[in-house]
Design a protein around this ligand. Sequence first.
Ligand code: SAH
Ligand code: SF4
Length: 367
Amino acid sequence: MDAAATDQPKVNLYDLNRQELGDFVARLGEARYRAKQIWTWMYTQRVDRFQAMTNLPRATIAKLKATATLGSLGLVAMQQSRDGAEKRIFRLRDGQLIESVLMPYDDARMTACISSQAGCAMGCVFCATGQMGFGRNLTAGEIFEQTMVFARELAARGERLSNVVFMGMGEPFHNYDASLEAVRQLMTRLRVGARHITVSTVGLAPQIRRFADEDLQVNLAVSLHQTDDARRSALMPVNRRWAIDELMNACHYYVEQTNRRITFEWAAIAGENDTADEAHRLGRLLSGLLCHVNIIPLNPTGNYGGVPAQKATIKSFSRILSGYGVGSTVRVRRGIDIEAGCGQLITVVTRRSPIDSRGLRQGDASA
Ligand code: SAH
Ligand code: SF4
């Protein structure tokens, strides 16, 4: 073995693209065609250990084991909800914990809800992840691997991962490059179609514009939840940085550039944002924009006292919206009994590692 000395941290092969894998294999002193074989084992056969790469010589496997890892997520716990949602808690290499959820739908869709960060710096008061604070950004490989784990499990039972939503822990646009790289990996490595991928943002206006210019067919969801700046800022501190006007301008830009429909998420909270007045304001705000509203009755979280809006209230809210030509659906609540619902994902952040302190500086929303 040469340059890839053993005292270096092991390389997570999911973090490497095809070219980088070729370079890595060359540095190990192996023929370049080995990279092609490894790539096929990783993304066609989707094996989870080097030993399963049976056409590699034993010495090559030993070198790989000494210098690299095939993924880096350690499964800590699995939980299954009564409604079929399955939650996984993973430990990252530095001890941080993240969560991912698999949700089966009646129409045979299998949707993975994945995390882009350990914790979240955005501090939305109704969200358990926001309440726990920010750990660090995930690498593209760490984001991607969450889907690979589900894809493997599904394949073993004759099923297929069909959809991926970036709605787990973290704000994907606060970790823009890694999230976008993971989106591309999903498309090329797991063959999930762009139209079956949704990135959800709290409303980072500059990144929405950047996303609009990516020339991708990926869906965009924007968490709105309020139409009034003061009230939205109280729920979602990010609104102090990019107020509703600026956010909506970015959304209009996105639709003009992509001709794609935006989904606005609305966590319906009794007395807070479920009134008829609020529905009229939202209708006026969104009228004429190519969009759809997803109404999610608030899921309970530890440090927020709000209660979910009533079914009947949501129904009339939705009816008022349609008067403005704005379509809406009520999202079925999933995984509540295992705390896998929207905004319920929470794990303990290990704050002492050096990566954390770097991450906390990056955590400035204006970054
Ligand atoms: N950070 C991104 C994506 C993760 S959150 C974002 O905020 O969009 C995924 C969705 O769950 C968001 O729409 C968020 O507003 C919503 N959410 C957060 N907490 C919730 C709760 N307690 N009940 C219902 N939805 C919630
Ligand atoms: Fe972060 Fe999204 Fe939760 Fe807000 S709702 S704290 S942006 S994960």
